[in-house]
Design a protein around this ligand. Structure first.
Ligand code: PRP
Ligand code: ZN
Ligand code: MG
Length: 226
């Protein structure tokens, strides 16, 4: 368990799609910070709520380790990390507290444009490149399909053209990346968006109070946005 702290620390993406919307949503909750945006740590001025700017993939782990209290992260990353931790015997320690209404995308299986798609059984015996092995494996099992998962940490969309895989499973937002690589989405594995992630366990009273205040303001800010 984390040592008692009298400030709340929220991890957000340093750069990337969720970075600016996460920061402006928190700002609309009345938070402001002293540091400039190129720093990795932003000290909260109006409330004792600090920001840590990190790689999105690191956010669930930072919460699990108690380094950060909350995080703004894609449901895809949160779920995948949870599955990976579960697979290695870890008990669940973080969960989705609330969806945040931005960063909508889906985790999809995509195949070369030239394929005539008939259904999941078409993937049987095929190699599928992904950065989401846990979610993909779970989906394949539910479909009763036996396929080989090729783990890549990035540039997944190019794998079929390189002969490294037959199909892919990756995030689709506008669809431009798939189209540019002559791929088409055929199955949705997970509907995703930015979420507020936090621990399953309760905070100490000071941080619990801060988190409660933040949640109340978040509800207000999100209601106004609708
Ligand atoms: C995601 C995903 C695709 C791209 C799809 O990567 O991995 O590469 O966005 O978006 P599109 O459908 O609008 O073309 P992103 O750069 O967001 O995140 P990552 O660097 O964490 O993979
Ligand atoms: Zn990422
Ligand atoms: Mg990407």
């Amino acid at each position: 368990t984390a040592p008692a702290r009298d400030r709340l620390r929220i991890a957000i993406q340093k750069s990337g799609r969720l970075a600016d919307p996460a920061r402006s949503l928190l700002a609309s909750c009345g938070l402001s910070w002293r540091e400039s945006r190129d720093r990795l740590f932003c000290f909260g001025e109006t409330l004792p709520v600090d920001l840590l700017l990190v790689r999105d993939d690191d956010i669930p782990g930072l919460i699990a380790d108690g380094v950060c209290d909350l995080g703004v992260v894609g449901r895809n990353v949160l779920t995948e990390t949870g599955l990976a931790r579960g697979a290695s015997g870890g008990a669940p320690v973080f969960r989705e507290w609330r969806s945040l209404g931005f960063g909508q995308c889906r985790l999809a299986v995509a195949v070369p444009d030239s394929w005539q798609w008939t259904g999941a059984e078409q993937l049987s015996g095929k190699r599928i490149a992904t950065s989401y092995p846990g979610l993909l494996r779970q989906w394949l099992e539910a479909q009763g399909v036996d396929a080989e998962i090729v783990l890549l940490s990035g540039s997944v969309e190019i794998a079929p053209r390189l002969g490294q895989a037959d199909a892919i499973c990756d995030l689709v937002s506008s669809g431009a990346t798939l189209a540019a690589n002559q791929l088409k989405p055929v199955e949705t594995i997970l509907e995703s968006e930015a979420v507020l992630a936090g621990p399953i366990a309760e905070f100490d009273p000071v941080r619990a109070g801060l988190a409660e205040l933040l949640m109340r303001r978040l509800e207000g800010a999100l209601r106004v946005r609708k």
